[in-house]
Design a protein around this ligand. Sequence first.
Ligand SMILES: C=C(O[C@@H]1C=C(C(=O)O)C=C[C@H]1O)C(=O)O
Length: 358
Amino acid sequence: MYQEIQTTLQKFLRDEQPFYAFRQPGEEVLHLSTIQAAEPFDYGVLDKLATEQGFVMFPFSRQNEQGWWFTGDQLQEFAAPHRQESPADQTPLQVDESLSDFAAYSAQFKEMKAALNKGEVQKVILSRTLQVNEALTYDIPEIFTRLLEQYPKAFTYLVASRQTGIWMGASPELLFSRQDGMCTTVSLAGTRSNDPADASWTQKEIEEQGLVSNYIDNLLKAFRVDRYQKEGPFIIKAGHLTHLKTAYAFEDRSSFKLAQFVEALHPTPALCGEPKEKAMQLIHQVEKQDRSFYGGFLGPLNQGTINLYVNIRCMKVAPTHSTIFAGGGLTRQSDLQSEWNETVLKSKTLLSVITARP
Ligand SMILES: C=C(O[C@@H]1C=C(C(=O)O)C=C[C@H]1O)C(=O)O
């Protein structure tokens, strides 16, 4: 299967044929479809698309970018590649984190910390980018295959469209799903490395994940969902990281305003902050990069089934360089060096599948 996936993706990229490819968490199938039409995405679409299938890609904020709804007519399925199917004899690319990156991050950290200390926000997410100065376009099939192999529990995708450019990622975070009459969402936050020596969770992480859960609890209340299952927080593994997760599930009743709920949910305090408006303002003011589709959501809609994931652990591929995005939640208790280290660890999800040219 490895070779067939490579050949198909290689051909699409060479021909500049827009497409999307994804494998859902735990699935054995890679879905691949050409994009024949792209329409601006409006949340109302979520209520209407009972019979269609396609793929949504929505940005973190609508300030510079809009969401897209992609449809195509051929949905091909491949058995997802398994570990070690791709050539193994390759060394990961070394990228220097320059001192100026750290200096810029630390100035932004201080600015956000000042707002946290003044009580303007309780939590805000600071993100940064890591630039890979290599032309990767024709290595994409290989990199994507390794991403599929290494993160079998993630939502692993590759999108190439005129509207968004080329993006790929392996996200551990569900935004919202509706399947077989049940709706689910999660509160995911708090990060530690997978190293057993780093296993203890501090009050800071417990609180920052608790803030996301409170936000979801309040939203469910506001949408009059008064009966729901809530499990957690428990610890989940995401590649070489671990997170705290609480899972929510409830029945999709006819009175439930699904599209409005998803609109209100995004972006959660896992990617934006609390309170939301103030945190959003602070992010726009402080961060130098445009988050674009990082921190947005994406995923397939298929005849009433909705599976949307938060676009994290991702990168954008341009002809001469690629940009990896990573961020983390800051609270009053945040420490500069450990927050920086967390973004270094998070960027490894992508960095570890990009290999050096021989
Ligand atoms: C912002 C990212 O991840 C999010 C932030 C987390 C945190 O602050 O601990 C953990 C999981 C994600 O919800 C990212 O990976 O870039």
